[in-house]
Design a protein around this ligand. Sequence first.
Ligand code: C2E
Ligand code: CA
Ligand code: CA
Length: 718
Amino acid sequence: MADEKARILAVDDDPRLLESLRELLSLEGYEVSIVDDSRKAIQQLQTGRFDILLLDMKMPHVDGRQIMQFVADKQIPTDVIVISGESSFNSAVDAMRLGAHDFLTKPYVPNQLLKRLENTLAHRRLRKHNLEIKNRLEHSEKLYRFLVNTSPDFIYILDQKGNFVFVNKRVQDLLGHAPKELLGKHYTTIVCDQDREDAKYAFNERRTGERATRNFELRLCTKGLENIKKSFSHRILNIELYATGLYTGKENDRHRLGTYGVARDVSEKKRAEAVIHYQAYHDLLTGLPNRALFKDRLKMSLAQANRNEYKTAIMFIDLDRFKIVNDTLGHKVGDQLLRAAARSMQRCLRAEDTLARLGGDEFVVLLSKIKHPQDAAQVARKILDALEQPFILDERELLISASIGISVYPDDADEEEELIKNADVAMYSVKHDGKGNFAFYVKSMDANFSEHLEFEMRLRRALTEDEFCIYYQPQFDLYNQRIIGMEALLRWRHPELGLVLPGAFIPLAEEIGLITQITRWLIRAAAKQIHQWLEAGIAPPHLAINFSALDLKHSDIVEQILHPLREQKVPPERFAVEITENVIVKDIDSVAQRLSSLAHHGIDIAIDDFGTGYSSLGYLHQLPIKTLKIDRSFVFDIHPERKERTVIDAIIAMGQSLDLKLVAEGVETQAQRDWLLQRNCRVMQGNLFSAPLPAEEAGKLLALTRNDSPEQTPILSK
Ligand code: C2E
Ligand code: CA
Ligand code: CA
């Protein structure tokens, strides 16, 4: 308003007066409009914004009173100065009552008018300024209220006595109290009993600045529990408190008003801390204690056992062949199995016992306060029984077993690590002796155990030390007296034990995850060997390698085979793979796809050890299988004098009806040979013809029985 010209409307029915007014006021720098008709005046007032209306009261048509009434009714923001011909006190009062800001009587001295005008304008400016301040205050108060009430924190003010004089709305969500309920109440009504003493100097803090309360952890009690979902415990709200004394006046003359405080809900943080703590001491898959917690409990239990002359037993439990299940059926099923196994073991234990998972398929049990080691044997038997019940997972029935080693305190060791290790040693001894059982630790097991560790360590190094080699065993077609294939059989030249057969190390290689690398090596070595024999012109029609259940799990297995063959320029038709039924039944879809891909490239697929596995014949149609290998146990069972039909009769009949090539394995005697030949089973493999041979000797045999060789092999004509 200071910069703008003040706008003035002058209304009078005397045009001369108006003109002189205009002149006077314009000279003073005002923007003046004049109207000599009161009806027009009303129009002007409606449209223009005037700071001041100079109004003559006495006019024809509509008089000044009516105009003022109009200004009042319409709340037109114009200040009115009445200029009246009447100088009576009454008319002045009348005008003021109608809302006039000032009153002048005609005739007036111009200076007087100007002064009154200036006065009114100054008033006007002041009012406007005050209004602005008031608006700003209202606004900032609103903002402050908004901030306080929407704060995620509980904000309060206490009076000197510690009673609430203000709480924000947030208290309702956090503690379940309506703000009104708390006003006037002492703060201790919401502090948990256990924390009252601590709260004394924090919640109603007197200090200010640096020394005031900050980050102070307290527990508040909640009310209306059902509404409070967020808090960690349903009755308790964990908060972090910031509080400071409230004072008025200056430093020397301070007067304490009370306390201002902000309480932050830290339940989430507490929960996270609890979770982290839990994770540090538990196995997340099964929810069981982990090694760290187990050792804590073991330590405590040993101390107690000492005082009370009890015994404590430790069981080391390893699920037999778990790795195979995990690798063939997938981690999801593996995890489910671990959880299910954990549950069923837990059911065999007392509440005071601890079952923990050490990792993988290894569990430990702490049996505290036992009187006699035989108590532990009983529990072990119970656990073995429980684990041998079939587990139904993913609509599959899984059968597992476990090996359990037991060590007893104080008999076997007097220190935790040692006890766990001895139970482990006993467990290995059970594994070694055929699994699915339990054993107590005895000192003599140590030697076996270190032997086992040594063996395992050596096996891990066997590939890099180049200790594997392949023996080759021919398959003969008795009709045309020719070698129609070779089977590659893995051998390990152990530096101390000599030639180790696959039965002694392949299960271990599978268990410790070495088999994949071994198979890769084998494929490359076999491909090289065919290449050499092809060069020499003595290659057998095909060379078969054995696949472990785990090999077909790898999605790149097809390329793992084709690549070395390409490198060695070996046609895939020269290659065959033998797989056992178990491999197929476990994961038929992905296996079928990979096998089809192999078959598509011309690689022959044979079912090994046929008749010993699930023998579900359904899959035979679904898979690109050309060959069935009759397991040597059936060949071994052949008794020519026996008249009734046996399993092997059934296998042969089935193979022939499905038009599959049959290979009888483990043929050792002339009688077996003849019996098989009688039933048109013409392809045989076994020591009768040739044991598995090192590459060089196998090569000699191949040269001797070469397809174009006119001679017959001496072995065949035996
Ligand atoms: P398999 O596939 O059934 O192999 C035939 C086994 O029978 C071989 O045992 C062979 O030496 C043996 N055999 C051959 N002729 C006769 C006979 O007249 N009488 C008797 N009693 N046995 C005979 P080997 O070489 O000890 O292999 C055992 C098993 O190890 C194989 O059984 C096969 O399942 C597995 N295996 C061998 N090499 C590999 C390999 O490279 N990879 C994988 N994953 N497994 C292999
Ligand atoms: Ca085989
Ligand atoms: Ca076999």
